[in-house]
Design a protein. Structure first.
Ligand SMILES: Nc1ncnc2c1ncn2[C@@H]1O[C@H](COP(=O)(O)OP(=O)(O)OP(=O)(O)O)[C@@H](O)[C@H]1O
Length: 325
């Protein structure tokens, strides 16, 4: 094949977003964002519900008109060259909007008929492991199979960039893993994937770079590894205090203040009923913590240590969890 995608270098920007803004009445859903997506990467938009991920994707796809700013895909402006944009992108539909009565083969052929250039249907359905479902009606497919069909339909025109909006929401763990494999294979075949999700494990596992969004703004953009290491505290320690409820607030505050002074500790917080410490020196912090508890006769429980996650990065930056509304 000699498509544009292959002639151009991997790693160069294939999507350029500049100053994109979208308002609904007096509410600003996307608040002047800038970023580039590189050719051949899996690029994640990660943020809680309402962060503006879908609005951002739809402005790039040309489905929603921005109030300000612009987006270009493969050099084509989504406002002025939408027809060209449509030839280079594939958009995963919500699986609920598929035609339920059609057979898998029929719906795929129908979508293919919308385009001049398409890929052969057999290998396409095989790539999303639906080759045995060719003659099944859409309504008889499982949730995961419908999502995979929606992905196949997004790939029917052999696009350079594929947009997946929360592709694994509502799927069971096995179906999510199958879909993750398919998404990784898409990148192996040279596609650029733009993916929105509010699952940090999904973003961490799949994405080459992640754009962390909150309340319509980009709050960080980097590789998952750099996002975490930029916190300067790659390990987290969590514990609870058994007689916590009987503690006067001053004692709780005193402990929190002391935790801040332990070697290596960057952040010390009290969340709900759990103390959370982030440290860049796990061993030293733990040793000093246990010594302190012994000296002060503090009985801790449920102590655990873990590697910091993107969820921790988000909480650190916003004070809120990714899962909160
Ligand atoms: N057509 C609309 N009219 C008014 N408000 C809207 C409209 N579409 C989206 N919004 C609001 O804009 C904000 C961003 O929505 P958007 O769907 O882009 O967020 P999201 O990050 O994709 O969240 P989700 O994961 O819930 O889909 C939300 O507060 C939403 O209620």
């Amino acid at each position: 094949m000699t498509s544009n995608a292959q002639q151009q270098e991997q790693g160069e920007p294939i999507i350029e977003v500049q100053g994109l803004r979208k308002r609904y009445g007096s509410f600003t859903a996307v608040d002047g964002i800038d970023f580039d997506v590189r050719r051949g990467e899996i690029f994640g938009l990660l943020g809680p519900n309402g962060a503006g991920k879908t609005t951002t994707m739809e402005m790039i796809e040309g489905l929603r008109l921005p109030d300000e700013g612009r987006a270009k895909v493969a050099g084509y402006d989504t406002r002025t060259e939408l027809n060209k944009v449509k030839t280079v992108i594939g958009v995963q539909l919500q699986s609920t909007s598929l035609f339920e009565l059609l057979k898998v083969k029929e719906i795929t052929k129908m979508y293919a008929s919308f385009y001049e250039h398409t890929v052969p249907i057999g290998p396409l359905l095989q790539s999303v492991t639906l080759e045995e479902k060719l003659n099944d009606r859409v309504k008889n497919l499982s949730g995961g199979q419908k999502q995979r069909l929606a992905i196949a339909l997004a790939l029917v025109n052999d696009p350079q960039v594929v947009f997946l909006d929360e592709p694994t929401t509502g799927l069971d763990p096995q179906a999510r893993r199958t879909l993750w494999d398919i998404i990784l294979q898409m990148r192996d075949r040279g596609k650029t994937v733009v993916l929105s999700t509010h699952y940090m494990d999904e973003a961490q596992l799949l994405c080459d770079r992640i754009c962390l969004m909150d309340r319509g703004k980009v709050i960080a953009l980097d590789t998952p590894r750099n996002l975490i290491s930029n916190m300067n505290s790659e390990s987290a320690i969590e514990f609870r205090i058994s007689e916590e409820l009987q503690w006067p607030e001053a004692r709780q505050q005193g402990l929190l203040q002391h935790l801040h002074t332990l070697s290596g500790v960057r952040i010390a917080e009290f969340r709900k009923d759990t103390y959370v410490l982030y440290t860049d020196d796990l061993q030293q912090t733990l040793t000093e913590f246990i010594e302190h508890c012994k000296a002060e006769d503090i009985e801790f429980m449920d102590l655990l240590t873990r590697t910091a996650t993107l969820e921790d990065v988000f909480i650190h930056m916003t004070g809120r969890s990714l899962r909160e509304e």
